[in-house]
Design a protein around this ligand. Sequence first.
Ligand code: HEM
Length: 409
Amino acid sequence: MSEQISRLTNATVSNPAEYGPLRERGPVLRTVIDGVELPVWFISDYEECKEALNDPRFIRDATKLPGREGPGLAEQMLGGAGLPEEYFAYFGNLSLSDGEEHTRLRNAVARAFTARRVNALRPSLERTASDLYAALSAKKEADLVAELGYPFATAAICELMDIEEADRPQLQSWVLEMLSYDPELFVPAVRGIVEYYKDLIARRRAEPTDDLVSELLKPGGIHHDLLAEDAIISIFMLLTSTGIAPPAHFLGQALLTLLNHPEELAELRRRPELLAKRAVPELLRYTTSAPTGGPLHAAEDFEFHGCPVKQGDAVVPSLIGSNHDPKRFTEPQRLDLARDLGPGVGHLAFGSGPHYCTGASLAQLETEVVIDTFLLKNRTVELAVEPDQLPYVDIPGKGAALGSLPVRF
Ligand code: HEM
């Protein structure tokens, strides 16, 4: 353990090669991460991260702590982006709630992700991927983040939510504008999404179908009551805001990783049966495209792996550090598409514990379909720039995401 406060840049947090010297100072460090500016306990190793993510003494909602009442981080961000208060109700934030409140919201969201619903998407995702491949390869050049990752992830989450095809490009633009937190774009985008969902709910109330909105409108929702309209809108907000950017960023990273490892890609082409069970989990581990989990807060004073954690202290679990921890993975810096990650999920790319990613099975399916279509069935994609020229976008406190992936066909 180290109590000496050091600074970490976003680039360091996102780069597993930088963790060697950090680990020499212990699995838990007192540090300040650029863009966050408050000291945090930064956890870099697998077992310690997993333990923290599953320890109820670490909570998400800091406003429940004595002296920290008042607007939480989410409200501050929403207010900072100029959003009128009447819209705050639509941001019932799953990732920032704990205990019963979290379970109630999470159970409602889980109704969208039954194995039946997710598995039923495969044929339509395969069609979407083939159509995108045909359109992009005909152009000979494309950016696989903007022209494949975003529209494909949008199509997948919208298909799950039964949102009509014609409405998807507008919804994708609103979501990306909202995630920019640019006050000029944020408020009109939130208004656009909320009005769109209100209209969709009104149409399904008048004429139910077998889609997700109609199902959420049936008795049997939260506490066996009808789900209120505001609750349905906030679930849909959550599904669209988390269902587009994270999978789009991961798809870009996964394709880039395979293009950068031609021998491993050739092996996968020889043994495509590795794709679902071994290659996709290994790509999730290797890239860990969401490098850190959301901040945790100590609900009480206690010692965590030799560190004197005080009530209210923030803790950042490094998922990418954990997934490259040599105590847990042999040669973690090596991409091994046949790697057996062991029992259970075997990596922390989707987090762990009560806040484990609800969209994990959908993200897995999306990745299988995209790799199969763009790199296995078709074999013409190649990088159009040197890897060191690729742009990365800083996400303060969350590392860096691939901004674009220019390729040739
Ligand atoms: C490869 C793509 C994805 C990655 C790497 C990813 C990663 C993660 C991680 C690391 C967490 C936990 C964060 C924490 O502990 O603070 C999380 C939570 C979450 N993810 Fe994903 N995710 C992906 C795709 C998706 C998709 C497609 C959806 C669909 C809507 C989704 C919805 C969510 C939601 C709702 C949560 C919050 C769960 C909770 O707090 O209980 N994710 N995701």
